[in-house]
Write a protein that binds this ligand. Structure first.
Ligand SMILES: [Zn+2]
Length: 61
């Protein structure tokens, strides 16, 4: 099943392949930020959605 990793901020395709790759490896290859818009890399696979956010607690107002 194709795997696609795109930046949700600008839509830049960071990785696309029919072969599975461990998301962490792609993150590391980009230093954790989108090379196009410098946003945090977020993942959006065809069959799953994984969002990676900085390790911080949600604020509940
Ligand atoms: Zn981007």
């Amino acid at each position: 099943m194709p795997q696609r990793i795109i930046c949700k901020s600008c839509g830049h395709i960071l990785y696309e392949s029919v072969e599975f790759v461990y998301p962490g490896e792609v993150i590391n290859s980009y230093g954790g930020v989108c090379p196009s818009c410098r946003s945090k890399i977020l993942f959006n696979a065809d069959d799953a959605r994984i969002e990676l956010k900085p390790a911080q607690k949600h604020r509940i107002s």
